[in-house]
Ligand binder design. Structure first.
Ligand SMILES: O=C(O)CCC(=O)C(=O)O
Ligand SMILES: [Fe+2]
Length: 312
């Protein structure tokens, strides 16, 4: 595997004791050159195009100015070439590069998840089954390219560069060489995340928090104007891991404590609920939102009190 010569030793399988991994130069070259050469990135504006495997091309108006731009490469392995969302600029060589990089990210994600599984007394391969990137297993993990451009003035009514939020999925690997990311600690205090040259930041997402019954905590993070002011730009590449739609999200931890926990819930239901709550009904078949799973409703309600506004 090209990624992940570990920085610190900890768990015997992925050797992670913290969230930082070394990359070899080929991974580093891909990450930054692809971002910096990205001629298709759109100019700053109020419209975000979201590459979504279910929705052919969701054009979503943001409510207020969010000072970042991005493009996402979702879908399981090997599917990008067939996606109707890919601009012609993404020729077969570039697409193959993205696919190869996503495959390395998937391998690393599985190694990290096997450590979580072991420490939760689950079979080590537990998450491997649910996080396969085989063709047909939607939605697939997504690699996103983000740019926070320099600006001549701070826009009126601006949200933060990126509002405080937690990611939805299982784990996020974040590649960046720019400072500015902050994470929120247990006492609501914000901490700068240092840039470790060649390092990868790993954030736990809401799904692992929810699925593990709160044993693992998702990381609240943000990019503020103070940390990335208008005269400074920032590039980053988050990789969002998530299970396949058919994954059963009943609690991972042993005995069920209530009938709420016994109610079935798939990742597909979780995913559509989160999309609907963030962007409204952007999916054609979601005119009438389905009744929300009660355990998920309770979890999201709980989060509302602690989470910032979520814009993605
Ligand atoms: O740009 C960053 O470093 C963070 C990006 C992020 O948190 C996200 O896209 O969810
Ligand atoms: Fe995030």
């Amino acid at each position: 595997m090209v990624l992940a010569a570990p920085v610190r030793r900890g768990c015997s399988h992925c050797r992670a004791s913290s969230s930082t991994y070394q990359k070899t130069s080929s991974a580093r070259n891909l990450s930054m050159s692809s971002v910096l050469d990205m001629t298709t990135i759109r100019p700053t504006g109020e419209t975000h195009f979201v590459s979504n495997p279910v929705n052919k091309q969701a054009k979503v108006q943001t409510r207020r100015f969010a000072a970042s731009e991005g493009m996402a490469f979702g879908l399981p392995a090997g599917q990008l070439a067939q996606s109707s969302n890919m601009h012609d600029w993404w020729d077969s060589v570039k697409i193959a590069e993205i696919e190869a990089f996503k495959a390395q990210c998937s391998d690393l994600t599985l190694r990290l998840l096997s450590c979580f599984a072991e420490h939760m007394d689950l079979p080590r391969t537990f998450f491997e089954t649910s996080h396969k990137q085989d063709a047909g297993l939607l939605p697939g993990n997504a690699l996103k390219f983000m740019k926070y451009p320099t600006l001549s003035e701070k826009p009126e009514n601006a949200l933060e560069r990126l509002s405080a939020h937690t990611d939805w999925g299982t784990l996020t690997l974040l590649f960046t060489e720019s400072p500015g990311l902050e994470i929120r600690g247990p006492n609501n205090e914000w901490h700068d995340v240092p840039v470790v040259p060649g390092g990868i930041v790993v954030n736990i997402g809401d799904l692992l928090e929810f699925w593990s019954g709160g044993l693992l905590k998702s990381t609240m993070h943000r990019i503020s104007w103070e940390k990335v002011p208008i005269e400074q730009d920032r590039y980053s590449m988050p990789y969002f891991a998530q299970p396949s739609f058919d994954t059963d999200l009943r609690p991972l931890t042993g005995t069920l404590k209530s009938d709420l926990e016994a109610e079935s819930l798939t990742y597909e239901e979780y995913y559509h609920t989160r999309i609907r709550l963030t962007w409204g009904n952007v999916l054609d078949d979601e005119e009438k939102p389905a009744k929300m799973n009660r355990r998920l409703a309770k979890y999201l309600d709980l989060r509302k009190n602690t989470a910032g506004e979520h814009v993605k």
